[in-house]
Ligand binder design. Structure first.
Ligand code: TXA
Ligand code: MG
Length: 312
């Protein structure tokens, strides 16, 4: 059911969960201090209990109640990128429930860039919000996706289409050198410009240790996803194609191109996955991205597409 802002506020205050719009993907919000509301989030998603949640705030000062030893780097990045698609992993305060952090001594925090959700947090409290999809499936980028995923049983605050369409960059600020655990719209280069120090991607084994979520399968539609090394000369009517080259396929329901617009590809990727499933396609072929497009979303797109194609 779609709910207005005032009702969403009442639901959060009374310990219920509500799907909320953000600029990245829709999240499943719960009061970050209410353990039973947080447990409801895990149950609803079927999420493994050892996968920690991001706490969403509406004002940088709220981070002081959640994390300790906030560094100059934290404040510089918050100033540069919040509200926006950057999640920072920090040392947590003792009273942050273990249910939020899955027992880790770190906590992930971000300020989402969506007016309705910022208002909701202002009127209530910081909220935990994993992506509002059943665990392992593609994230929702529209209110209708959330309604479809949970058969209308989860109340949704409709804030339109998520502008970016891929989840936030997760940056670990507790390691010796800042490390990106999950690529997103904020790139290492953008962060380096603010911090004046190198930022690296964490290795897979490091990520699994520090961010259990990276161990699980993610972003997968029901259809099998494969990469296309080159554009095919013929198209199979039983396959759903997601392409980026300039090809103009006409009005075909199974051949889609973003015509080189990677911002559009990112915004539409999960919607394509869902549409393919909805229409009953068993196979999705995605044209491999060019090696170096210099587009800020390149790494994030490659990461989500790879995860959708692999078996882990
Ligand atoms: O864009 C987003 O980040 C969306 C919107 C709703 O804000 N949220 C989202 O949440 O993608 P979720 O739960 O689907 O992904 C959170 C990721 C997981 O990979 C999790 O393991 C990682 O962040 N994470 C959370 N807390 C962490 C921590 N303390 N240390 C390391 N990784 C953490
Ligand atoms: Mg998720």
């Amino acid at each position: 059911m779609i709910v207005p802002l005032q009702q969403a506020i009442r639901l959060i205050k009374s310990g219920d969960i509500v799907a909320i719009p953000t600029e990245t993907v829709y999240g499943l919000a719960a009061d970050a201090k209410n353990i039973s509301a947080i447990q409801k989030t895990f149950q609803t998603k079927g999420r493994p209990l050892d996968n920690p949640l991001i706490v969403h705030i509406s004002d940088t000062s709220q981070a002081m109640d959640i994390a300790r030893e906030l560094s100059d780097d934290f404040y510089a990045l918050a100033k540069a990128f919040w509200p926006g698609p950057l999640t920072m992993v920090l040392n947590k305060k003792n009273d942050v429930p273990d249910a939020v952090t899955a027992g880790l001594d770190t906590v992930a925090i971000r300020m989402p860039d969506h007016p309705l959700t910022l208002k909701l947090i202002q009127e209530t409290c910081p909220v935990t919000a994993p992506s509002a999809n059943p665990s392992g499936k593609p994230s929702p980028t529209k209110a209708q996706h959330v309604l479809d995923d949970f058969n209308g049983s989860v109340p949704v605050l409709d804030g339109g289409i998520s502008e970016i369409g891929l989840e936030s960059t997760v940056l670990n600020l507790t390691s010796l050198e800042p490390q990106i655990i999950r690529p997103g719209a904020i790139t290492p280069e953008m962060i380096e410009k603010i911090l004046h120090k190198p930022v690296s991607y964490s290795t897979h084994s490091d990520s699994v240790k520090k961010s259990p979520g990276t161990r699980y399968s993610h972003y997968k539609p029901n259809a099998e996803v494969q990469l296309l090394p080159d554009l095919p000369s013929q198209f199979d009517s039983k396959t759903y194609y997601i392409l980026h080259s300039g090809l103009k396929p006409g009005s075909s329901r199974n051949i889609h191109t973003c015509s080189g617009d990677f911002t559009k590809l990112a915004r539409d990727l999960y919607d394509h996955f869902r549409t393919a499933d909805h229409l009953g396609y068993k196979k999705i072929l995605i044209e491999s991205l060019p090696n170096r497009s210099n587009h800020p979303l390149q790494k994030a797109l490659e990461n989500r597409i790879l995860k959708a194609t692999t078996e882990i």
